[in-house]
Design a protein around this ligand. Structure first.
Ligand SMILES: [Zn+2]
Length: 234
């Protein structure tokens, strides 16, 4: 799977470099710059037919000052906005997962869980970061009191009675998912691993994720786990 993606991207990159040369595209003419330019373009070109961007839990409570703030959590916003714009331009779907808990959710300390209350339904903490471009479907998860839900694949698209994420993606004929957001070691990891289990090519946007790091190094270990399972880092 990884080989196929890499080979395809390499072929597209070579084709684009040739195209740039033929069209005389205005560009500083060192081969290094052309190479970098084409790399950038084919990276975006990799977003083709069957791609979907999954933006995981970019919500106020997971950003610095939030109830469960992830260090530098807000720094994923500008990176993901670039990807969102690119998907939008290409008419490819973007889905936003949203942790959406009732006040007595099982993951909260008072209910026997491990987390402080966060992303409580209809609170500011549950809102997406104000700078995030939101243009696509929302997939809410964790809205049943006694059910934990880290993975976007545990969520429902467009309302509690909407389709599960896997079904929705299959309806859109998605075969490759790009995953970024918060947090690397929990919901991003769970979503990426479920994506692989459900048969998707999974690309993890390494600059567009941040970790909780309850234990130091959790983020790095999560990345390694996703790659071991077959995810590609971008
Ligand atoms: Zn939660």
């Amino acid at each position: 799977m990884m080989i196929t993606v890499a080979a395809r991207q390499e072929a597209e990159g070579a084709h684009l470099a040739e195209h740039i040369a033929q069209e005389g595209v205005e560009y500083s003419n060192t081969s290094r710059n052309v190479r970098e330019y084409s790399k950038e373009v084919f990276r975006m070109r990799g977003i083709g037919e069957g791609s979907c961007l999954i933006v995981v839990d970019v919500q106020n409570d997971f950003c610095p000052d939030g109830a469960l703030g992830v260090r530098e959590g807000d720094q994923v916003v500008p990176v993901l906005n670039l990807w969102i714009s690119e998907f939008d331009k290409k008419g490819m779907p973007v889905v936003y997962t949203q942790d959406w808990h009732p006040e007595d959710h099982v993951s909260f300390v008072e209910s026997g869980g491990i987390w402080p209350p966060h992303c409580v339904q209809d609170t500011r903490g549950a809102d997406f970061h104000p700078d995030l471009i939101v243009h696509g479907e929302v997939c809410r998860k964790g809205f049943v009191s006694d059910k934990e839900a880290y993975s976007g694949f545990d969520g429902r698209v467009a309302g509690p009675d909407g389709p599960a994420l896997d079904r929705w993606l299959k309806e859109q004929e998605v075969s490759r998912i790009y995953v970024g957001g918060l947090a690397t070691d929990y919901c991003v990891k769970a979503t990426a691993l479920d994506g692989i289990r459900n048969g998707y090519e999974v690309v993890v946007l390494k600059d567009g994720v941040r970790a909780v790091d309850v234990r130091q190094g959790d983020g790095g270990r999560a990345i390694a786990e996703m790659v071991d399972a077959g995810a590609v880092l971008e």
